[in-house]
Design a protein around this ligand. Structure first.
Ligand SMILES: Nc1ncnc2c1ncn2[C@@H]1O[C@H](COP(=O)(O)OP(=O)(O)OP(=O)(O)O)[C@@H](O)[C@H]1O
Length: 639
């Protein structure tokens, strides 16, 4: 489809480029270190890693396939902050192709499926030569109905905290006066789901009347109020602070005649604990109908909030590494990094940890019902021959994951699905690898032969981001579909997920190779999703699909557009010719014209071309005839 772009002056592609350029300001926020250019040794090891990414066909030996880090080198994280009305006009758009990927990531000794693999390889290579620029893969979901606001309270607060911290970081200049304050203080008013502004608890005459509010870590308001049957009541409130920044807890006697006056306050405490509980105790005079109000507030004073609002992102131009780390802490709701065992022990017995997979950066471990993917960040140590990810890079993925999580919420009015992997939590850790993790890593290595470096190399200072995910099963690369129904089920689930996310938040995965599609066989017969307000039920034939790895993805969270600027990673587009994944990256570059912040859609011209192709196809007598159609001209090279 050579005429796809820029052929005539009315080419909708160029038009779209123009209109996208006039969108809200664009900032290059983070630039990935590119030390390989200066360091030939690093360049060599990265070249080796590049070869790891693609499969056995192009991977002559261990650590020598097209790198798994292909997608991450030289990236730049970018955010565009737009107004609420930024959402583009309804248009039809294309879905990205699924590139081929081959990574050695298996959970058990795989049975011998070499025959099946050979078959699919053949199919793949055939398609690569034969297919048009994927008309059959361009989904035709029409966009354009009103979207659900993607910002649910929790997500809003996460993004807001992030944006605020960025404003503070970038706008305060050298003085950085506000940054320490925001780092010490949560932005509680912005997270109404997290902490109710107040709870009113009623005393009873019972000696141990108590009220307990149990909530998860993101709504950590377990407050226990106990009155003791004595002339003076003892009131205590326990606030379970799980890695939460400081809070201000006030107990107030609301029945006192001077309600609201400071004398009503029976206990007042500012508390800051990384993990644990805060108790405040006090005495309250007994009266028949005594109410005590427990207020949990943030410590950000109004003037600070006003100041924050006035700050502008436009003055930001640089990002220092420390502040990005602080942003990550804020987004993860932590005041300081945890240890690995603190995080893992929340999900499982440490001795039960099993490694289940690995990527260039990520080591995936099964922890109870969850999967924890550990990604080292910010250290100087090369990991698997790669420069470690920087906080700022991981931050983009963290925010994106939270945004996609919001699609899982029940009761979304317009769009929703549960096919993107559930991100249960994200935590920042520091220290050496825990002994149980080392044991699990070595077990996996003994069975499967890890391509990654031994994690014992990490020092006490090393930091990591731990993605706590639902267990999505095995990746498509190692999963064997048993019949055509399972294959259809896989395709419809992936397509439905992309359609939902594309309509809801202009999502483009941009790296949907078969290592990033997980499957599990179960009793399920159907899966529900909602697209443009319509509930749709898809048949699953006992297969549940999850999409993972949003490192390269692009999304409009409602508050910001998050994406990586792949134009700074030319090597990404230099993979082997005729390799499906490499070709797909190149196609993406062609379609985006290296403008990665925009969403990209099938154009009217493309649709016209496809429609006329369809008509012409009906008139051909044979496939041989059809192959001479002009639609294919630039796709076929005669030798
Ligand atoms: N939620 C999950 N459930 C089950 N397995 C998972 C999950 N997340 C990751 N894995 C396993 O771990 C592997 C590595 O994860 P992932 O691809 O996210 O890491 P990565 O370092 O980002 O990879 P890449 O090399 O593509 O950058 C996956 O291919 C998969 O086998």
């Amino acid at each position: 489809m050579g005429s796809r772009r820029g052929v005539d002056s009315g080419d909708p592609w160029s038009g779209m480029g123009e209109s996208e350029k006039s969108q809200p300001r664009i900032e290059v926020v983070y630039a990935r270190r590119r030390s390989s250019q200066e360091d030939p040794q690093l360049q060599r090891s990265q070249d080796v890693n590049r070869e790891r990414r693609l499969g056995p066909a192009v991977r002559p030996r261990k650590k020598n396939s097209f790198t798994r880090s292909l997608t991450t080198r030289g990236r730049t994280s970018v955010v565009i902050v737009g107004g609420v009305d930024y959402l583009p006009k309804p248009k039809q758009r294309e879905a990205k192709k699924k590139p081929k990927q081959s990574k050695q990531k298996t959970r058990q000794d795989p049975p011998d499926f070499s025959k099946e693999m050979a078959y699919f390889k053949e199919v793949d290579s055939y398609e690569l030569l034969e297919e048009s620029p994927s008309p059959k893969k361009y989904s035709t979901w029409a966009t354009g109905t009103e979207n659900d606001p993607i910002v649910i309270p929790d997500l809003a607060s996460i993004l807001e905290r992030w944006l605020i911290s960025r404003k503070l970081t970038y706008s305060c200049g050298p003085s950085r006066g506000l940054l320490p304050r925001i780092a010490e203080t949560p932005v509680m008013p912005l997270q109404p789901m997290c902490i109710p502004e107040e709870r009113t608890l009623r005393h009873t005459s019972a000696a141990t009347a108590s009220s307990k509010f149990v909530a998860d870590r993101r709504t950590p308001v377990p407050i226990e109020l106990v009155d003791i049957d004595s002339p003076v009541r003892r009131v205590s409130s326990t606030f379970v602070a799980d890695s939460r920044p400081p809070v201000h807890i006030v107990l107030e006697d609301v029945d006192s005649p001077s309600e609201g006056a400071s004398s009503n306050i029976v206990a007042d405490r500012r508390a800051s604990v990384p993990i644990g509980s805060v108790n405040i105790d006090s005495s309250v005079e007994k009266s028949s109908e005594n109410h005590v109000r427990v207020k949990v507030e943030n410590d950000v004073d109004e003037s600070l909030e006003q100041a924050i609002k006035k700050l502008s992102l436009t003055s930001s131009s640089t990002c220092d590494h420390r502040s990005a780390f602080e942003e990550l802490l804020l987004v993860c709701n932590q005041s300081c990094p945890s240890s690995m065992s603190e995080v893992f022990s929340q999900y499982c017995d440490m001795n039960s940890i099993v490694k289940i997979g690995e990527g260039t950066y990520g080591e995936a471990f099964k922890a109870g019902a969850s999967v924890c993917k550990i990604v080292p960040v910010d250290g100087d140590l090369l990991v698997n021959g790669e420069v470690q990810k920087r906080s700022e890079e991981v931050l983009e993925e963290v925010l994106l994951s939270f945004t996609l999580n919001s699609l899982r919420q029940e009761g979304r009015a317009n769009c929703g699905c549960k096919i993107f992997i559930e991100t249960k939590d994200i935590r920042l850790c520091q220290g050496t690898y825990d002994a149980s993790l080392i044991r699990a890593w070595e077990d996996w290595d003994a069975k499967h032969g890890s391509e990654n470096d031994h994690p014992k190399e990490f020092s006490e200072d090393q930091c990591y981001v731990v993605f706590v995910l639902a267990d999505g099963g095995r990746d498509l690369e190692s999963f064997v579909l048993l019949n055509f129904d399972e294959a259809r089920s896989l395709l419809v689930q992936v397509t439905a997920a992309l359609a939902v996310a594309e309509v809801a938040c202009e999502f483009e995965h941009r790296d949907l190779h078969w290592g990033n599609v997980l499957l599990v066989r179960n009793e399920s017969t159907k899966m529900e999703f909602k697209l443009e307000g319509r509930k749709i039920c898809g048949k699953t034939f006992g297969i549940s699909v999850s999409i993972i790895d949003f490192t390269l993805s692009r999304i409009n969270s409602g508050e910001a557009i998050l994406f990586l600027d792949l134009s700074l990673d030319p090597a990404l587009f230099e993979g082997p010719k005729s390799d499906r994944q490499s070709e797909t990256y190149r196609k993406m570059k062609e379609i985006t014209e290296d403008c990665w912040e925009s969403r990209h859609q099938r154009t009217t011209k493309d649709e016209r071309d496809l429609r006329s192709l369809k008509k012409r196809m009906q008139s051909y007598d044979s496939a041989k005839d059809a192959l001479s159609d002009p639609f294919f001209t630039d796709l076929l090279e005669k030798e």
